[in-house]
Design a protein around this ligand. Structure first.
Ligand code: PLP
Length: 453
């Protein structure tokens, strides 16, 4: 079949006929038809109808250096010409993956000196889960294998990822989750704090839910706690400042490993290379993906702390785990070029010192007074707007999610790509955004809120 990439109506028909999309109700999709995105340039994407859309989601939290970077295309092309593929099984390696591992270790917290590559965040969380359980087995404590996670966490879509995650609709469709994963409350003060409870007190209470789960299971049964520093897909839920120090204390007290899922937050989003630094956390593993290549190639990197790595190396023998594309040379070459750009253009400092604080201020000044807005919040370039029916009581609209979806649809029609998750509008723009881009986004989101009234 010869189909032109410009025959958009035919592409839409074929899409409806043959293409199963991720996280999609296909009946709804077939009724509406897919938007065909054809091109990207800087902070914008363009659809087949010629609409220019300011992408406040950086694709899916990943295109941190923006679209249209030829340097990455050149890096991929050069690597494909030189060596398109080889693996790191059977005592082989490839230069690009070695260089990337060494580079990541330089950027990571000091206790992290090893990297295990995969192709996606889900795969890396699967690796992380195996690794922490394997670690305790190697330490002679195979019964220490429960992992504590949080309600509404997102850790990916494989069976292990979805089991680690705390999204109930995903659990319902699993047909049996990976056993020994326990979920506790998330530090989401906007909905979780009692009327007279300060955010800080709530943060401590949410952290202590982990301690309660450890004590309920018995500390000798609990392998690890896993958490996103800021819950992303769950609604950019930023924990109170009291939360992470208390989590760290609890993990240390009960000898529970701390696994950070930085698939969204790593590589600059919070104004540091890793949100571990933003929140002062010393994790045993960090899962990363997405912005590692700015989404230009699929690649994930699990950063493994010395405690686990030394046991694995000294006592482990063969680790029966790996992917054909672990350390794929083209993906690693693209990642190196991506990190070069982030460095050279000082994008992380810009987020930390300028655009991050500016986004926070503008969300507050331009949107928080709107009748539909219950709260605005952000860290670095990761922000959320809570949609409510009543500001004082934080009462939501019924049915849940409907009002936020309306705001999102108006925003997209008005040239701004944001996402609605539950009753929250979320954004995670490319790190190349400037103050002017933020102004444009605030104008468009403000109009969308007005139209949704
Ligand atoms: N972990 C977090 C925190 C994520 O946000 C995501 C994806 O959005 C994943 C894991 C899964 O990553 P992937 O979709 O690359 O498998």
């Amino acid at each position: 079949m010869n189909i032109s990439s410009k025959d958009y109506s035919r592409l839409q028909q074929l899409d409806a006929a043959h293409h199963l999309h991720p996280f999609t109700d296909h009946k709804e999709l077939r009724a509406a038809g897919s938007r065909i995105v054809v091109r990207g340039d800087g902070p914008f994407v363009y659809d087949s109808e010629g609409n220019e859309i300011l992408d406040a989601m950086a694709g899916l939290w990943c295109v941190n250096i923006g679209y249209g970077r030829h340097e990455l295309a050149d890096a991929a092309a050069a690597q494909i010409r030189e060596l398109p593929y080889y693996n790191s099984f059977f005592k082989c390696t490839v230069p690009a993956s070695v260089k990337l591992a060494a580079r990541l270790v330089e950027l990571a917290p000091d206790n992290i000196n090893q990297v295990f590559f995969g192709s996606s965040g889900s795969e890396s969380n699967d690796t992380a889960l195996r690794l922490v359980r394997h670690y305790w087995a190697l330490e002679g404590k195979p019964e220490k294998n429960i992992v504590i996670s949080r309600e509404n966490a997102y850790h990916g879509s494989t069976i292990a990822g979805a089991s680690l995650g705390g999204m109930k609709p995903m659990h319902k469709q699993l047909g049996g989750a990976v056993p020994n994963i326990v979920h506790v409350i998330a530090p989401y003060a906007f909905e979780g704090a009692e009327p007279n409870e300060s955010d800080e007190a709530f943060g401590l209470r949410a952290a202590r839910a982990i301690e309660e789960a450890i004590l309920a299971a018995g500390p000798d049964k609990v392998a690890a706690f896993i958490g996103e520093p800021i819950m992303g897909a769950g609604g950019v839920r930023i924990p109170p400042a009291s939360y992470w120090p208390e989590v760290q204390r609890i993990c240390r007290q009960y000898d529970v490993l701390l696994m950070l899922d930085e698939v969204i937050t790593a590589y600059g989003r919070t104004g540091e290379w890793f949100a571990a630094k933003t929140f002062g956390i010393t994790p045993d593993t960090i899962t990363t993906a997405k912005a590692l290549t700015s989404g230009y190639q699929p690649l994930s990197a699990l950063l493994v702390g010395d405690r686990i790595a030394s046991t694995l190396v000294e006592k482990g023998g063969e680790f029966y785990h790996g992917y054909t594309y672990s350390g794929h040379p083209v993906c690693c070459a693209v990642a190196l070029a991506n990190l070069d750009i982030i460095d050279r253009e000082a994008l992380i400092n810009r987020v930390r010192d300028d655009t991050g604080p500016y986004l926070s201020e503008q969300l507050y000044q331009k949107l928080s007074g709107h009748p539909l807005v219950g709260e605005t919040r952000s860290v670095g370039l990761m922000g959320a707007v809570e949609i409510v029916r009543d500001k004082a009581s934080r009462l939501r609209f019924e049915p849940s999610g409907h009002a936020a979806t309306k705001v999102r649809d108006h925003a997209i029609a008005n040239g701004l790509m944001v996402r609605a998750t539950g009753d929250t509008i979320i954004m995670s723009p490319p790190l190349i955004w400037t103050r002017e881009t933020i102004d444009l986004a605030m104008d468009r989101l403000g109009t969308a809120l007005d139209l949704a009234l």
